[in-house]
Structures are given as C-alpha cells and as structure tokens.
Design a binder for this molecule. Structure first.
Ligand code: AMP
Length: 396
C-alpha cells in the first residue's frame, strides 16, 4: 500500500510517500517545506537519486500542503494518507480513521495544544478535500503514553480538578519513542525489558518503557515539561511563573513566549538554540554556551536516572533526535554522568557513524546497553496507518 504521510509542525511541513509491505517501509518520495508563513518559505523534495528545491508562497501549513500535493512525484497518488497529530487528549488513545467529527474534535483539543492541533485540523481538512475517496488516518503523539500508570499520569493536584479539566500527564513524542523501540526490537530480535528512550532534538523528552510499553515520560500536560530543550525551559518551579507575573509584571502570553521560545539552549547561551552553534561558540571560549550544553546534558542525565525508578533499573538506553543522533560530544557528556548506573560508552563506537539506523555505542562490558537509533517518525505513521486500515478491514 502507498501511504502519503503528512507531519505538520507550527512552521514546517514534512511529507512523504511510502510503500508499506508488511514490516518494510520504503520512502518513494519525501518533501519538506520550511519557514512556512515567511517570505522565504522553501520546498525541498527528494525521490530516489533526484532532488529539487523551489521557493513557495505559503501563508500557512495547509497552503503549503496544497503546493506539495501538486508535486509531480505524487501524481500517481497514494492509496491512503496518515497524518501526525500532536495531542489526542483523553479521547484519542490510538490511531483513528478521520471523518468530519474527528477533525472537529482534534481542533477542539487546541485548548491543550494551541500551536499544533488547529494546524493539524486544517491539514486533515485539506487532505480530505484533495483525496476525498482515500482513507485518512490520524496518528497521535500522545497515544503511545496511554499505558502510563495512575502514579505517573496524575499531578499532585486536587483529583476532581484534574478530572474536570483533563489535567493529566499525556506525554508527547510518542510516535518517535515507539519507532525507536520497534527499530531496536527488530535489531536485537527482542525488546529490552527495561528501556529508556531519550529523544534529544529541538524538542526533547525521555520515555521509560517496560517490555515496549510506555510507563513514564518527561513531558506532561503540554510539551513544555521535563528536559531543557532548544528554546523551551523544561521544568521550572511553578512559583517562578507566578513571580514573573506578579513581581516582574509579565502577562501570561509573555511568560508563555519566554518559556517556549526564549529559554532552553538559546536562553542560557544567548547564542543560539542550535547545538552546532553552541559547540563552535564554546570552542572559541564562550562560557555561557558551555554552561548551556552542560545544563542540557545534566538535565537529560537526571531525567534518565529518574526514569530508572519507573523500571526498577535499566537494561538499555537509546539516543535519537537531531542532537541524540548527531552529537557524539553530548552523548559522551550524558554517558559520563550516568556511569554510576553502569553506563560505559565506547569512545570509538560513539564517534564512528557508519550510517546504520541502529548502532551500539556502549562497551561490551557496560552493564547498560546504549544505542543510537535514527528515528523515522514518518515511517512509523505510515506503518500505523496501514495497521489500522488492515484491522478495520478485518473487522468488516
Ligand atoms: P531535531 O529537532 O530533532 O531536528 O533536532 C534539531 C537539533 O539537532 C538542532 O537544533 C541541532 O542543535 C541539532 N543537530 C543537528 N545536527 C547536528 C550535528 N551534526 N551536531 C550537533 N547537533 C546537531
């Protein structure tokens, strides 16, 4: 089956056409539109050895999708479409076949994910308009964490308030955490019983998995909780938010911008949210760029250590995401901080990237296996789309 995968962000649109045959997923065509909503939006695509790049005028992500769907590489058309949706709330705990009611329910969940869900709802509507006779499946980033036990899912708030407003720790990056686990399971021919997946990119989160099921994760009601990220603060004292409003006089919108867009690596370093810029700056003696990287590693290691509580220890740890996959230095920093858990990285294996999707970077003697896994969210969405369609066909 050929599946069109649409992965919308707030200012980017990633797409792909995938051939799914059993467990194998092959990318036939991939495309990305960056800087949507600016004058410099650009659409890059690749199909086999052929690639191209054009400037596009796209006021929003749906407009960008219209242009993508006009691409010659997609003319043969997909059999189905799958779309990544960030927040499924309490209602969507598994992939679902999209109809008008589902689109509106996803839009309504914009209360919990204002930057993402309205965009997803618009994108789903666009796909419906453009592919009216094809099945469309929504795959949720929160769904993998539906197995969080009550102790991990609740905040220490009045329980009735949480029930009334759905104030649960939903967790995010679920498509990525699941994809990493499935790739590692295929590579090792068995899933580690106690696995911690560590996704380090512009957004970052950790997930504790027992036998491949999420039992704890670092993000909560929103994708702001947990690790230090590119521009997000991660965990702060809730009293700090009140202090900024009361004593510093910031509005709630200003605090949101501060914690979402001006903090993290960018905020501490004052240089950039891109780790490559920080590595360069620190190399040239920038003290705050060095501090930002130390904090990023320290907080990631603290979160990994905390997640061992959910599992009673840890058998394997994975690194994924732009930073986790590409920065041997950051992996080494995190690994050193976790030496007390029995983590021992092999410096050579950590440095050498042979291009494998899954590679082990711990020593043979390490008590904990450590891997780098090249995550593929789009392939996961394609796979889950086909699984749902196969099961709904079987039920008929
Ligand atoms: P992601 O959000 O997963 O695409 O990750 C984006 C982040 O990955 C960027 O902000 C960079 O900081 C980081 N990154 C990408 N490539 C490299 C690299 N070669 N070395 C260090 N960091 C990288």
């Amino acid at each position: 089956m050929r599946v069109l995968v649409v992965n919308p962000g707030s200012a980017t649109l990633k797409c792909g056409l995938y051939q799914v045959s059993g467990p194998s997923v092959t990318a036939l065509w991939t495309g990305v539109v960056d800087r949507v909503g600016t004058d410099t939006a650009v659409f890059r695509w690749q199909s086999g050895a052929t690639s191209g790049q054009t400037e596009v005028i796209a006021g929003d992500v749906s407009a960008a999708l219209h242009q993508v769907l006009d691409s010659p590489g997609l003319t043969d058309g997909p059999d189905a479409a799958g779309c990544r949706v960030v927040h499924g709330g309490e209602r969507f705990t598994a992939p679902i076949l999209v109809d008008a009611g589902v689109v509106e329910a996803i839009r309504a969940l914009g209360v919990l994910a204002p930057l993402h869900n309205p965009v997803s709802a618009d994108v789903l509507q666009t796909i419906q308009d453009r592919l009216p006779d094809r099945p469309i499946v929504a795959v949720f980033d929160t769904a993998f964490h539906r197995t969080l036990p009550p102790v991990a899912r609740a905040y220490a708030l009045p329980y009735t308030l949480m029930e009334q407003h759905g104030l649960w720790r939903y967790g995010f990056h679920g498509i990525a955490h699941r994809n990493v686990m499935e790739q590692l399971r295929a590579h090792r021919q068995a899933c580690p019983a106690r696995l911690i997946t560590c996704h380090l990119g512009n957004g970052a989160s950790v997930c504790a998995q027992r036998d491949g099921r999420s039992v704890e994760t670092s993000m909560g009601l929103t994708p702001m909780e947990g690790l230090m990220m590119g521009t997000r603060s991660g965990d702060v004292d809730p009293g700090l938010v009140l202090h900024l409003q009361r004593a510093v006089g910031m509005s709630s919108a200003e605090v949101e911008t501060l914690l979402n867009r001006e903090s993290g690596l960018r905020g501490v370093s004052g240089v950039s949210n891109d780790l490559r810029d920080l590595e360069r700056a620190a190399g040239a003696g920038d003290v705050r760029a060095e501090l930002a990287m130390q904090m990023f590693a320290y907080r990631a290691a603290k979160a990994i250590a905390a997640h061992t509580v959910a599992l009673g220890g840890v058998d394997a740890i994975t690194f994924s995401g732009g930073i986790g996959e590409n920065s041997a230095t950051m992996r080494a920093r995190v690994g050193e901080l976790l030496a007390f858990l029995g983590v021992e990285l092999d410096a050579g294996r950590n440095q050498q990237d042979d291009g494998a999707r899954v590679r082990r970077i711990s020593t043979d003697a390490s008590h904990v296996e450590v891997y780098v896994v090249r995550v593929d969210e789009n392939a996961q969405v394609a796979q889950e789309t086909v699984r749902l369609l196969a099961s709904s066909t079987a039920e008929v």
